[in-house]
Design a protein around this ligand. Structure first.
Ligand code: TXA
Ligand code: MG
Length: 332
């Protein structure tokens, strides 16, 4: 396949019009969202969606999320229940994806042949203008090659999909930095978290006034059968091997071998060498989530073979961050 010329576009009125037209013509556009960058295609065009899988090297068994501009579009792609409407009113636009029964309009390639579809109304203002401009539901997985670390800047997208796509819309660094929370609402009386993100099971439970099956249950269930397609144990992996620690032992910090780096949650108080990195200077969980994927990419680019990574202590984003870290470490 001949390499495509990959260009980064600023969010000017003219560029947004151009990119909206490209989406209507079945082309792919990498887009900024508040979570991570996505690789968008017209969700109603099976040929365009097939290009997404090809550009990412993603197996077609891993379904895509459909992004909408506003709630009035939901019934075109999904059959929302009362619980979905309640959550939509509270958390959309925002980092929450809901699994709902699909409509006939959604081609099977988007949902990997499933009868359910993942939907989300994103919050990033530029992506919202693009969604409005093209007036289409847009299927968009994270804009990384399958299995690699998700992108949180336009540069990240270009670094790993250069030559495979033509258009990248630059919306600055992603604010949340981790993919959306996914909640399965097919049975509205028993919501289940399929992927942890910035919106917690407790927050969802408070709105729905019911118990929400947390992500830990899903992990246990996954050992019996795969419950969330595409939620593979190995995902988000840098090229370097990742070794997890509850806290970095002094013995590791004191004797870093060549080719090894240490990634702390919080900047260490004690002396550290130039192979030490951290997610947040002050130990702020929101900052840590925002910087995680960029740090993993940065360390990877410097050619380390092994990264000692500290898990994040219990807090606002710890379940989501530690989930991504465990997957990054799951590489054989
Ligand atoms: O924050 C996000 O959600 C980002 C941005 C771009 O919106 N997107 C994202 O997409 O993370 P992706 O493709 O990397 O992850 C989507 C995951 C799939 O791997 C799969 O686990 C789940 O969503 N999914 C999609 N459709 C599903 C369905 N019908 N049933 C269960 N899980 C589904
Ligand atoms: Mg992804």
């Amino acid at each position: 396949m001949t390499a495509l010329r990959t260009r980064i576009y600023r969010g000017t009125e003219r560029n947004l019009e151009l990119l909206a037209a490209k989406l209507q013509q079945g082309e792919l556009v990498a887009v900024p969202t508040e979570t991570v960058y996505g690789l968008a295609a017209n969700a109603l065009d099976a040929t365009a969606c097939a290009r997404v899988f090809k550009a990412k090297g993603r197996p077609t068994t891993d379904p895509l999320i459909v992004h909408l501009h506003d709630l009035s579009q939901v019934t075109e792609v999904a059959k929302p229940n009362d619980a979905a409407i309640k959550l939509a009113k509270k958390f959309w636009p925002g980092p929450l994806t809901m699994i709902l029964p699909k409509t006939k309009q959604v081609p099977p390639i988007v949902t990997s042949g499933r009868s359910s579809v993942a939907v989300r109304i994103p919050a990033h203002p530029l992506f919202r203008r693009l969604l409005k401009g093209c007036a289409l539901p847009l299927a968009a997985p994270s804009a990384n090659p399958f299995g690699y670390v998700s992108p949180t800047t336009a540069r990240h997208v270009r670094d790993s999909l250069n030559g495979k796509i033509r258009f990248i819309l630059d919306g600055g660094p992603a604010k949340v930095g981790l993919e959306s929370t996914i909640v399965d609402l097919r049975d509205p009386s028993r919501p289940k978290i399929l992927r942890p993100g910035a919106i917690s099971a407790a927050q969802i439970g408070r709105v729905l006034r019911c118990d929400v099956e947390g992500y830990k249950h899903q992990l246990a269930a996954r050992n019996r059968s795969q419950v969330a397609p595409g939620q593979l144990p190995q995902h988000y992996s840098p090229n370097a091997r990742v070794k997890l620690h509850k806290t970095i032992p002094d013995s590791v910090a004191a004797s870093i071998e060549p080719g090894q780096a240490v990634l702390y949650f919080k900047k260490p108080a004690k002396a550290h060498g130039r192979h030490a990195y951290w997610l947040s200077a002050t130990g702020n969980q929101t900052t840590a989530a925002r910087s995680l994927f960029a740090k993993l990419r940065q360390i990877d680019q410097r050619g380390y073979r092994l990264i000692h990574v500290e898990l994040v202590p219990c807090g606002l984003m710890s379940e989501a961050i530690n989930d991504r870290l465990r997957r990054a470490a799951a590489k054989g």
